[in-house]
Ligand binder design. Structure first.
Ligand SMILES: [Zn+2]
Length: 818
C-alpha cells in the first residue's frame, strides 16, 4: 500500500472560512518581513485556529471560543530569507544591473505559507488588501487587484497598496518587487465593447521583445471569449517577466508570470519557444476563467483546472499553426520517454484523480497536463461535442466564484447529459493506465466485419474511416465497451481502414493489417497524420524494403506539403510499437541505419538541393514547417557523414539567420566526423550563450553529442562561468538534454553519469531531478541484460535517496522498483 504525506480522503474544509486578509510585506535586500490580520468566520466551535506555516500546521490560540458563524481575526507575522534555489513563496530572481534585489513569488501549491501563516487551501477564497513596501528605486511593487494608493514610506522607501475585492484562493497570490520596463496596450471585446488594459513588464531595455507576445495575448483574449463566452472581470491584465521558475508560467489572478525566455519574442527565438509562447499565453490567460473564477477544491482536483485550460490552449495553437501540425506535436509529447503513456506503462503512475501525493508539486506532471486533456477529448467523443460544451458551460455557471471537485464535475455532466458520466469515466479518471485496442477487419460477400478487442474496462470510442481509391467512403466511431466486439456492415470492400486519426482516444491502438494495406495507406490515406502512422507501422514490422521504396517516393513527391512530408519522413529513435520502445540500444542503431539507407538511396545531391536556407528565416508558421523539413534533411546529411555532406551543412549554417535553422545545422555537424565540428561549435557557442534561450539550446547540443567525449564536454560546461545548477533552464538543458542522447545514454559511462547526476541534482530540488528518471520508466520491458543493469542502478539510487528525505524523487524510485 502506498504511503502518502497528503491524502485525498483526509481532505476536509478548514474549521473556519477565511474571508479577508490585510497584509503588509516589506522587501529588504536580505529579507522579507510580512505581517497581517486574517479575518475568518468559524465553521465549527473552535478555541484555536490551525494555520499553515512553512509546511507545518501551527495552532493559533484565540482569545475565546467561537461558535459556528461567528467572526474573528488572527494576527500573523513572518520574516523570511528568500534564496534563489527554493523557488516558492517569495524568492530571489535575477536582478537587473544597478537595481535593488529582484523578488518574485510563486504560491502554487503551498507557497503563500512561506510568506505568512495562512489557511493555505484552495477553498480559502478571500479578499485581500495588500501593502507592499520596498526600495523606491524599484519600478514596481505588485500584488493582486486594483492599485489604490502609492506613498512614501520613509527615506528611500515607498509603499503601494492593492485591493483585491473578488475572493481569491491564496495559491493565486502574488507579491513581487522589481525593475521592469512596461509595454502598455489594451483590448476591446468587439461584441460587448468592454476594454481591458494590458501591460507587459519586461527586463529593462526589452520592450520590443514584448510586441509580438502582446499581439498573441490580444488574439488569445478575443479567441477565448468566442470559444467559452468568458469576459475578463478586472481592469488590468499584467504579464510579468521572470528569469527563474520551476514552471513556465503561473496565473496569479490578473498578474501572469512567464519566464523571460518564453515571454519575449524577437528574431532570436527558437521555434520550440515560439510555439510554446503561443501556448503559454492563452493558457495562463484562460486560468482567469478556469482556476481563478472556478477554483479546484484541492490539489487533487488540479486536473480540472488544467485539462480544460490545456484544451483551450491547444485550440488556439491549432488556429495559429494548423490542426495537423499541432496534433502531431501533442501526440509526440504523449508518446515520448517520460510522456503520459510511458508514465502509465511504468505501472507506478498515479491516476488523474490521485489518492495522495508526497509533494503538492507531484501533480504538476504529464498525467495532469497531457493525459487529463486527452481523457476530456475521449469524453467529448463519447457524448458528442454539443453535449460536452453544454455541460462545461453549466459547470462554469454553477461554480463561478467558488470551488469545484471531481465529483461536482461528474455530477454536472451526468445531469446535463442524462447519462451516468461517473460510471463512464471511472477507469479513465480513477485508475492509472490506458486501454490498448487491437483492430482488424475482414470482408466477404459484400459484408465488412470489424473486430475490436481491448484490455481493461474502459468504454473506448474508436474513430475510423473506410478508404477506397484515396477517398473516405464511410466514417464514424465504434464504441467498444466489451473485451471483444464485432461490428458488421454491408459495403463495398475498402482498400484499408484508417483508424483513430489524430490519436482520437487516449491509449494505444494496435492495427492488424497486411503489409500491402499499410503501403497503400501510406500512399493514399487522405489523412496525413495516419499516412505517417502507417509509415511507422511498416518500420515496426521490419518491412525495410517497402519502407525505403516509399521513403524515396515521398521525398520526390513535389505535390505534398512539407509538413506532411516531415511527419512521414522524420526518423526518430522510436517508432510506434510501445513494446519495441524497450529495445533502446537496438532502436538507436536502427534509426541510424534507416536514416543512412534513406540518405544513400536519395543521394547527396538531391538532399542538398532540397534544403531551404534563405527562405527559412521567418517566424511565421510556414517558416517553422520549412525548418522542420530542413532538419529531416540535415539529419540525413549527418548520417551520410561525407565531406560533401559536412560542407552542405556548414553552408546551410552560413546562410541561415534563424536560430532554429542554425541550431539544427550545428547539431547535425556536431554529430558527424567533420574535422571542423569542435571549432564551429565553439564559435557558435560564443554567440549562443549571450541569451538564456541560445545558451539552453547550445547546452542541449553539447549534451546530445554522440561522441565518447560528451561526458568531458558536459563537465566543462558545468565549470563555465555563468552556468549554475540552480538555474532551471540551464541545468535542465544540460542534464535533461542528455536523456535524449540515445547513443551515449545506454553505455556504461552514460548510465554511471546519469546515476551520479540524479544524486547531485536532487540536492537542488527534487522536481527537476525527477525528469532524469524518464528514460527508466519502462525498465521492466527492457531486454534482460539492460534490465538487470537498470534495476541495480535504481536500487543504488533508492539507497542514496531515501524516501524519508526525498519524498518525491526517492518515493518515485521506490515505486518504480516496487
Ligand atoms: Zn495551467
Amino acid at each position: 500500500m502506498q504511503e502518502w504525506k497528503f491524502r485525498r480522503s483526509e481532505f476536509r474544509r478548514p474549521p473556519a472560512q477565511l474571508e479577508h486578509v490585510d497584509a503588509t510585506i516589506r522587501f529588504f535586500e536580505d529579507r522579507v518581513e510580512a505581517e497581517g490580520v486574517l479575518h475568518l468566520v468559524a465553521r465549527e466551535t473552535i478555541g484555536e485556529m490551525p494555520l499553515d506555516c512553512d509546511g507545518a500546521k501551527v495552532p493559533y490560540a484565540l482569545d475565546r471560543e467561537y461558535a459556528p458563524g461567528e467572526r474573528f481575526t488572527v494576527k500573523v507575522s513572518h520574516v523570511s530569507h528568500p534564496d534563489g534555489v527554493r523557488l516558492e513563496g517569495i524568492y530571489r530572481d535575477v536582478t537587473p544591473g544597478g537595481a535593488p534585489q529582484q523578488y518574485m513569488s510563486q504560491c502554487q501549491q503551498f507557497g503563500f505559507q512561506r510568506i505568512l501563516p495562512i489557511v493555505d487551501d484552495c477553498t480559502a477564497k478571500c479578499t485581500f488588501r495588500t501593502t507592499l513596501e520596498g526600495d523606491e528605486r524599484y519600478t514596481h511593487l505588485i500584488s493582486n487587484g486594483d492599485l489604490v494608493e502609492k506613498r512614501s514610506a520613509g527615506p528611500g522607501r515607498m509603499a503601494w497598496t492593492y485591493e483585491n475585492r473578488k475572493p481569491m484562493a491564496p495559491y493565486l497570490f502574488i507579491a513581487c518587487a522589481g525593475t521592469w520596463d512596461v509595454l502598455p496596450d489594451s483590448v476591446t471585446y468587439p461584441d460587448i465593447g468592454k476594454t481591458v488594459k494590458l501591460e507587459y513588464l519586461v527586463p529593462p531595455g526589452h520592450v520590443d521583445g514584448a510586441r509580438v507576445p502582446m499581439e498573441i495575448l490580444k488574439k488569445s483574449i478575443i479567441f477565448q471569449h468566442e470559444l467559452t463566452g468568458f469576459v475578463y472581470p478586472y481592469e488590468t491584465y499584467r504579464t510579468i517577466c521572470m528569469e527563474k521558475s520551476l514552471y513556465g508560467g503561473m496565473e496569479n489572478t490578473g498578474n501572469t508570470t512567464i519566464v523571460t525566455q518564453a515571454a519575449l519574442i524577437d528574431s532570436s527565438i527558437s521555434d520550440a519557444r515560439l510555439v510554446y509562447a503561443h501556448g503559454v499565453i492563452p493558457h495562463e490567460y484562460e486560468h482567469s476563467h478556469c482556476g481563478s473564477g472556478v477554483t479546484m477544491e484541492t490539489p487533487f482536483d488540479m486536473w480540472l483546472n488544467e485539462a480544460y485550460t490545456v484544451n483551450v490552449e491547444r485550440a488556439f495553437l491549432a488556429r495559429e499553426f494548423g490542426a495537423a501540425f499541432t496534433r502531431a506535436m501533442d501526440v509526440a509529447g504523449l508518446r515520448m520517454d517520460g510522456g503520459a503513456l510511458a508514465e502509465d506503462e511504468s505501472g507506478s503512475a498515479p491516476a488523474i484523480v490521485r489518492e495522495g501525493v508526497n509533494d503538492p508539486d507531484d501533480v504538476v506532471d504529464a498525467i495532469t497536463y497531457d493525459k487529463a486533456p486527452e481523457v476530456l477529448n475521449t469524453l467529448r467523443s463519447l457524448i458528442g461535442a454539443e453535449a460536452y460544451d453544454k455541460a462545461w458551460r453549466e459547470y462554469f455557471r454553477r461554480f463561478d466564484g467558488g470551488n469545484a471537485n471531481t465529483e461536482d464535475f461528474l455530477k454536472v455532466f451526468s445531469e446535463t447529459t442524462g447519462r451516468d458520466i461517473g460510471a463512464l469515466m471511472r477507469p479513465w479518471l480513477f485508475s492509472s493506465g490506458h486501454p490498448t485496442v487491437r483492430a482488424s477487419w475482414t470482408w466477404a460477400a459484400g459484408e465488412l466485419t470489424v473486430t475490436l478487442a481491448r484490455e481493461g474496462d474502459y468504454v473506448v470510442p474508436v474513430p475510423y474511416a473506410l478508404v477506397k481509391d484515396g477517398r473516405d467512403v464511410a466514417s464514424g466511431a465504434f464504441v467498444l465497451d466489451g473485451a471483444m466486439q464485432q461490428f458488421r456492415t454491408k459495403c463495398p470492400k475498402p482498400d484499408f481502414i484508417s483508424w483513430n486519426r489524430g490519436c482520437g482516444f487516449y491509449g494505444v491502438l494496435e492495427v492488424e493489417a497486411p503489409e500491402e494495406e499499410l503501403v497503400c495507406q501510406v500512399r493514399t490515406d487522405p489523412d496525413a497524420f495516419n499516412r505517417a502512422e502507417a509509415m511507422k507501422m511498416l518500420r515496426d514490422r521490419g518491412a525495410v524494403k517497402a519502407w525505403l521504396e516509399l521513403y524515396k517516393e515521398i521525398f520526390a513527391d513535389e505535390s505534398l506539403d512539407l509538413g506532411a512530408k516531415e511527419a512521414m519522413l522524420s526518423v526518430g529513435v522510436h517508432s510506434l510499437d510501445r513494446r519495441r520502445r524497450a529495445f533502446v540500444r537496438e532502436n538507436a542503431a536502427e534509426m541510424h541505419a534507416l536514416r543512412k539507407a534513406a540518405a544513400e538511396a536519395i543521394g547527396e545531391a538531391a538532399l542538398v538541393a532540397s534544403l531551404g536556407g534563405e527562405n527559412a528565416n521567418g517566424i511565421d508558421a510556414a517558416s517553422i514547417v520549412r525548418r522542420a523539413w530542413d532538419k529531416v534533411v540535415l539529419d540525413m546529411l549527418a548520417e551520410l557523414n561525407t565531406p560533401g555532406a559536412w560542407a552542405a551543412i556548414e553552408g546551410y549554417l552560413g546562410r541561415a539567420e534563424n536560430i532554429t535553422a542554425r541550431l539544427n545545422a550545428l547539431s547535425a555537424l556536431v554529430r558527424g566526423e567533420s574535422p571542423r565540428r569542435k571549432e564551429v561549435l565553439e564559435a557558435e557557442g560564443e554567440k549562443l550563450r549571450k541569451t538564456t534561450n541560445g545558451y539552453s539550446s547550445y547546452l542541449r547540443i553539447v549534451a546530445c553529442d554522440p561522441h565518447e567525449d560528451v561526458f568531458a564536454a558536459i563537465e566543462a560546461e558545468e565549470r563555465r562561468e555563468g552556468w549554475s545548477m540552480s538555474h532551471p533552464a540551464l541545468s535542465r538543458a544540460l542534464y535533461c538534454g542528455f536523456t535524449a542522447n540515445a547513443d551515449r545514454l545506454w553505455t556504461d559511462e552514460g548510465l554511471a553519469w546519469i546515476e551520479r547526476t540524479i544524486v547531485k541534482y536532487a540536492q537542488c530540488g527534487e522536481y527537476n531531478a525527477l525528469r532524469l528518471l524518464s528514460p527508466f520508466l519502462t525498465w521492466r520491458w527492457f531486454e534482460p541484460g539492460l534490465r538487470a543493469e537498470v534495476k541495480a542502478l535504481l536500487e543504488r539510487l533508492a539507497a542514496a535517496l531515501p524516501r524519508e528525505k526525498y519524498p518525491s524523487l526517492g518515493g518515485r524510485i521506490a515505486d518504480l522498483l516496487a
